[in-house]
Design a protein around this ligand. Structure first.
Ligand code: KG4
Ligand code: ZN
Length: 341
């Protein structure tokens, strides 16, 4: 059985062909990084227009790489939640058109569940039940994952997502978008203890939430001094940028690792699965692995190419198809986060 999966939740136009045995026949990701770089972040209207231009070429290219014709497709799946409304719509309309014209089932994908499913794809064996940590540009959440499509939210950010904080702090430090890789690179030559930065809720052992907006403001005040409004004309020395990047990265990683460990201890689960763009961060990967060794739990982090948005993780559709969970053409997008799955 060949399933075409489509991903257009944010600024990557992606498609893949996977089989019901979770074999990946082809994957294509068209990134819009260059389009959004000059704005220092994703501009929703620019993103949806770019999806419109790219969706058909990306689907064509994926089928070509897979050696599969349209008539060989047995189902089409698309991420419908959460994400940018205009971006989600492009993927959904493409998937509906294929479902209707090819007369094949339409399957809905929850993008956050899919980020955790990336770990299932790379592990190539069962990973559920587990604690799931999704750290992306739009979300930072911990889940008790009973099964691939059955999650309970344990905690999440009350303000900025981790990736969003990386992107905004990078912009303050005049580092290019996307901020995560830029900060990681700048941090390599920096001292993570050069600046004392806040770690919200870190000692709050009942709480599995995150908050990064105070951290972001603290970095800003390190640049401008308290109260000063504009940081754009302030010149920072190279070492200062590296030290700030390293100190900021250490604070975020500290929060993520501490709460992930707490979630493992609270739930009694023995596996932690980590996905989302920020999971590509080398320091986070290292510290999570170390925490797993220390506290005796298994850590499965999505491989680099499956951390940022892609359609391979859309193979989660197989789980829904197996249960006959297919949609009608009334299927709609849900841009906002569904807190309880
Ligand atoms: O999962 P993703 O591709 O899109 C969303 O669903 O949001 O995540 C994108 C985010 C961006 O904020 C980017 O800065 C961050 O992932 N990111 C990183 C790294 N690579 C990407 N953050 C920290 N370190 C990295 N190496
Ligand atoms: Zn994502």
């Amino acid at each position: 059985m060949n399933i075409l999966t489509i991903e257009t939740t944010c600024d990557e136009t992606a498609a893949a062909v996977v089989t019901d045995h979770l074999e990946v026949l082809a994957t294509v990701v068209a990134s819009q990084e260059k389009l959004h770089r000059r704005f220092g972040g994703v501009v929703p209207e620019v993103a949806s227009r770019a999806h419109v231009e790219r969706i058909l070429p990306v689907v064509d290219e994926t089928l070509r790489k897979a050696g599969v014709k349209l008539k060989d497709l047995d189902a089409v799946a698309v991420a419908t939640t959460p994400g940018l409304a205009g971006s989600l719509l492009v993927g959904l309309v493409a998937a509906k058109a294929l479902s209707l014209t090819l007369n094949i089932p339409l399957v809905a994908i929850d993008h956050l569940q899919a980020h955790i499913y990336a770990c299932r794809m790379s592990a190539d064996r069962a990973v559920f039940p587990c604690v799931g940590l999704v750290v992306s540009g739009g979300h930072t959440s911990l889940y008790e994952c009973h099964a691939a499509t059955d999650f309970d939210l344990l905690g999440s950010t009350i303000d900025d997502a981790a990736g969003e904080a990386f992107d905004k702090v990078a912009s303050m430090l005049s580092l290019p978008y996307p901020g995560g890789p830029s900060i990681q690179k700048a941090a390599e030559g920096g001292d993570p203890e050069a600046y004392r930065l806040p770690r919200a809720f870190i000692n709050d052992t009942d709480r599995l939430d995150f908050s990064f907006s105070g951290l972001k403001t603290a970095v800003r005040y390190q640049i401008t001094g308290p109260g000063a409004a504009d940081f754009r004309n302030i010149h920072l020395e190279r070492q200062q940028i590296s030290d700030l990047a390293a100190s900021f990265q250490a604070a975020i990683v500290d929060c993520l690792v501490t709460k992930a460990v707490l979630a493992i201890l609270q739930t009694g689960l023995e596996t932690l699965c980590v996905g989302g763009g920020v999971a590509a961060n080398a320091s986070l990967r290292q510290q999570l692995t170390h925490a797993g060794e220390q506290h005796h739990f298994e850590v499965i982090i999505a491989p680099f190419e499956l951390c940022t948005d892609n359609a391979v993780m859309g193979a989660i559709a197989v789980e829904r198809l197996r249960r006959g969970q297919v949609e009608t053409l009334d299927l709609d997008i849900q841009p906002g986060l569904i807190r309880k799955h």
